[in-house]
Ligand binder design. Structure first.
Ligand code: SAM
Length: 258
């Protein structure tokens, strides 16, 4: 297969080259023949082709035209549906057929991992699970618990909708070119569907709260809530945004939509 040798930094291209890690990822994903998989950023196919030996078909979304073209002329390309476009603009609903939920996989470009996660969250109702690799620092924020500095908007937005499990870390020398940071493979399983109006309200509350994380919650959210709103929900208004729980944020958002 003619490989595009150009490494496009702007697309966060760090290709997996460590066969042991690729095997470990496959074991974690445990692909089954008729699963409906979508891979984000297949690149040179490090995960794509090993996955294809277990499944019948695979949708892939790749922004780099040269890499997409290389994939299209590979001997196994007949099993691939290639979408050459920005995954942030991809409508995953177009792949949801006959009630079969999607399984998403990706070694995400570092610069895009947070916006990609927020984009996936819009589709959590049609997703069975998500196995993604991203920088360890982002994985730590996703899993973080209240009262920690790393607990923030991303932690709440993810944990409000998904179970999250850190699978394993991956060192820079498992990639070419080597990234500067350690990566982490994680699994997300959506376990709560938020209706659109609640999801939108949660998003507003989180943006506002964590843009003022050193303030008391009653101050940070003063444009949305009165002091007694916090008391009614059993939330101490002098707490800081990082001291509230995921359920506190859901209850606050729900009190606006109800
Ligand atoms: N999956 C391959 C691997 O593990 O070797 C490549 C991983 S590399 C970290 C990220 C891949 O995502 C690259 O192929 C890059 O071109 C692609 N990519 C970057 N931004 C993208 C976007 N917005 N939409 C779709 N693909 C994107």
């Amino acid at each position: 297969m003619p490989i595009s040798r150009k490494i496009r930094k702007r697309f966060g291209q760090n290709f997996l080259v460590d066969k042991n890690i690729i095997r470990k990822i496959l074991l974690s994903i445990n692909p089954q023949k008729t699963d409906c998989f979508v891979e984000i950023g297949p690149g040179r196919g490090a995960l794509t082709f090993p996955m294809l030996s277990h499944i019948d078909a695979l949708d892939v979304i790749e922004i780099d035209k040269d890499l997409a073209e290389n994939l299209s002329i590979h001997e196994q390309s007949s099993k691939l549906h290639i979408h050459c476009m920005d995954a942030l603009k991809f409508d995953f609903k177009t792949l949801y057929k006959n009630g079969q939920k999607l399984r998403l996989v990706g070694n995400l470009p570092y610069n895009l991992s947070t916006p990609m996660l927020f984009h996936f969250l819009d589709y959590s109702g049609i997703v069975e699970d998500l196995h993604i690799m991203l920088q360890k620092e982002v994985a730590d924020r996703m899993c973080s618990q209240p009262n920690r500095k790393t607990f923030g908007r991303l932690s709440v937005a993810i944990q409000a909708r998904c179970q999250i499990k850190k699978l394993f870390d991956v060192k820079p020398n498992s990639f070419y070119p080597k990234p500067k940071v350690v990566s982490t493979m994680i699994r997300l399983i959506p376990d709560r569907i938020l209706k659109d109006d609640l999801a939108n309200q949660l998003n507003c509350v989180l943006k506002l709260a964590f843009s003022k994380r050193r303030k008391k919650i009653s101050n940070a959210l003063k444009t949305l809530f009165e002091l007694n709103d916090f008391e009614k929900l059993g939330i101490d208004p002098v707490k800081r945004p990082e001291n509230l729980t995921v359920d506190d944020y859901i209850n606050l958002s729900r009190s606006i939509t109800d």
